[in-house]
Design a protein around this ligand. Structure first.
Ligand code: ATP
Length: 363
């Protein structure tokens, strides 16, 4: 039986439309070759350029398309010169995260053989772990409304039982899925600062309670400062890391650094009912319009989407295609002959995306 999935597509700003177009094309080709699933795509206008034209950054109609979709693909959004009247950046992706309660920010950190990394990895070593950043509360709770007087400034860190329980359940389920797929050893590390802050002792207590429901998965703890050190010294030891919003914000950029930059860093923001898949990088206005942007982080985000849809809807074929798509990008990167400028090559966006298509459908 063919399962149909509706995908909301936010093309975004800057290089956004340039990397989204070939990504959708690849997904269409993969779906056309499968009789187990079909994909339909609906464009959802939003972003800084849309705001400049219409005065609205995320129209209700686009929000509705997102809400009623099975998954949301989003490229980069925001432009440095287009701001709200109060000077803040246009970021509909953050509005979506809040409106759809996407509490789990999933940031895979992978370094395969042949991939550029500032680390000197022992021969045969690869990095493959996932950082989960809580994305709706923590130290971002008072974002934009912290109290500032002449002599003092205050922000509030919020940890709730409701979100933490969902977050930890998600983390353990992900570790189990990775273990079943032979991708991880089945370990979740709670990254906190429970030795100093009561809020993090509370966070850890809820982590331990969820761990008790998953006897097959190892539950570990680490302080955030030590985690930063170990991400550099022995990143291959990690499987799934789960942490608070601000800690995750910082560690996920460290993770992108380990991967050799933002060009290969995909991400997902996942809730109970909805999920947004987008590259970690921004709209790169400095190279927009030239057709030279690296599409790999966007394509890898689309691979995560296929994987998530497969797990959620119990569809092995779409899951397998998610793995196939990820491996196709990894193969192109390992070969190294069709890379964009940011990865040290001289090829354009369409060449790089075309190489992925060739790797997928080579006869
Ligand atoms: P934001 O604040 O919106 O996340 P940023 O300030 O982190 O954005 P990016 O837009 O991510 O900045 O760009 C940072 C640098 O990386 C720029 O020089 C940009 O050209 C480059 N860059 C980002 N994404 C890509 C890509 N997909 N391909 C090539 N270069 C990229």
């Amino acid at each position: 039986m063919t399962q149909n999935f509706d995908i909301a597509v936010f093309h975004g700003d800057g290089i956004g439309p340039e990397i989204m177009a070939p990504t959708v094309q690849i997904l269409k080709r993969m779906a056309a070759a499968s009789d187990a699933y079909a994909l339909s795509f609906t464009d959802a206008p939003a972003g800084a350029a849309h705001y400049a034209q219409t005065g609205v950054s995320l129209p209700d109609t686009s929000m509705q398309i997102a809400r009623s979709s099975d998954a949301i693909l989003l490229s980069a959004m925001g432009l440095p010169d287009v701001r709200y009247d109060d000077g803040t950046e246009i970021s509909p992706q953050i509005d979506l995260r809040k409106a759809l309660t996407l509490f789990a920010g999933v940031r895979p950190v992978t370094v395969r053989e042949g991939q550029g990394t500032p680390l000197r990895l022992p021969p045969g070593r690869e990095i493959d772990f996932v950082l989960i950043r809580e994305s709706t509360e923590g130290l971002f709770h008072t974002q934009g409304c912290g109290e500032v007087s002449k002599d003092e400034a205050r922000e509030t860190l919020l940890i709730t039982r409701d979100i933490s329980e969902k977050l930890f359940r998600f983390a353990f389920d992900l570790a189990q899925t990775r273990k079943n797929a032979g991708r991880g050893i089945g370990k979740v590390t709670c990254v906190d600062k429970a030795n100093v802050f009561r809020a993090f002792a509370f966070f850890r207590e809820m982590f331990d309670a969820e761990a008790a429901n998953h006897p097959d998965i190892v539950a570990d703890h680490a302080y955030v400062d030590a985690t930063a050190l170990w991400m550099v010294q022995k990143p291959w030891d990690f499987d799934v890391l789960v942490t608070e919003n601000m800690f995750g914000d910082i560690l996920s950029d460290l993770g992108a650094g380990l991967m050799g930059g933002l060009g290969l860093a995909p991400s997902a923001d996942i809730g109970l009912d909805h999920a947004v898949f987008q590259p970690c990088h921004g709209s790169a206005p400095d190279i927009a319009g030239q057709g030279v942007a690296n599409p790999f982080a966007m394509i890898l985000s689309a691979a995560m989407m296929l994987d998530w849809l497969g797990v959620k809807h119990d569809n092995d074929a779409i899951r397998a295609d998610g793995t196939r798509l990820r491996k196709a990008v990894e193969a192109v990167v390992a070969r190294g002959d069709v890379l964009t400028r940011d990865l040290g090559g001289g090829h354009d966006t369409n060449d790089a995306a075309g190489a992925v298509l060739d790797a997928l459908f080579a006869v």
